[in-house]
Design a protein around this ligand. Structure first.
Ligand code: SAM
Ligand code: 2KA
Ligand code: SF4
Ligand code: MG
Length: 210
């Protein structure tokens, strides 16, 4: 199958337990919880998205005909030292498009594969680091993984139910929104009340990185 890619770029992973790691970001176009159009935001299931994932017009974006062609483009962006290759596959919702062909091709090119998903689609085998970020009002299908990263505050989230799921790490990330100060405070309060959780910040935004 072909892959619709919004953009591909080299940066530091800004979020979660792998934050600070050099990584190629592969951002797929499209999401199942929002069209990505501002006029649809109010009626979307996920209303706080900070990302433009519409179309294929970003840096290195486009339609990639094969998994190998896409893996080669990812590899070409990994400059310098050959080792420690990490690709973060995100979107949009990457599990709408990520398949075993692409997982195999990226592994053949020497990459560890991290994925950022909203958890509404079961993850395929072979992902090396799975981050699930639940969205209130959506059906959480993927209930295990390496890290769960909850954007906060969100109404309608059952924290006890989430804590019972099979994740290695439970992270809370303040929502980037009009009242960012209140969101930071709410995230800090959550950790203070529930020590199973850790605070994660969007460090790329603090650093002025992509
Ligand atoms: C743009 S999403 C793409 C991946 C996938 N669709 C998902 O939601 O996990 C990447 C990450 O950014 C988080 N995110 C999106 N909007 C945010 C915001 N306004 N503030 C903080 N984190 C946000 C998501 O929860 C997710 O962890
Ligand atoms: N630097 C950087 N780190 C990130 N971690 C998760 C991101 C995402 O949009 O999925 C993201 C992103 O957009 N940029
Ligand atoms: S699920 Fe992810 S990509 Fe889709 S709208 Fe929400 S934050 Fe954005
Ligand atoms: Mg982002």
């Amino acid at each position: 199958m072909s892959y619709a890619v919004k953009e591909i770029f080299l940066t530091l992973q800004g979020e979660g337990m792998q934050s600070g790691a050099r990584a190629v970001f592969l951002r797929f176009a499209g999401c199942n919880l929002w069209t990505g159009r501002e006029q649809d935001r109010d009626k979307a299931i996920c209303q706080f998205c900070d990302t433009d994932f519409v179309g294929t017009d970003g840096v290195n974006g486009g339609k990639y005909a094969t998994a190998d062609a896409l893996a080669e483009k990812v590899e070409s962006l990994w400059e310098g030292e050959k080792g420690h290759r990490l690709v973060v596959i995100t979107g949009g919702e990457p599990l709408l498009q990520l398949d075993s062909d692409l997982i195999d091709a990226l592994h053949r090119h020497g990459f560890r594969i991290a994925v950022e998903s909203n958890g509404t689609i079961a993850a395929p085998e072979g992902i090396d680091w799975l981050c699930i970020s639940p969205k209130a009002g959506s059906d959480l299908v993927q209930r295990s993984g390496n890290e769960l990263k909850l954007v906060w505050p969100q109404e309608g989230i059952d924290l006890n139910a989430i804590e019972a799921m099979a994740f290695d790490h439970f992270l809370v990330q303040p929502m980037d929104c009009a009242d960012a100060e209140a969101a930071k405070k709410a995230a800090i309060d959550l950790v203070m009340q529930r020590p199973k959780w850790r605070l994660t910040l969007q460090t790329h935004k603090l650093l002025g990185l992509q």
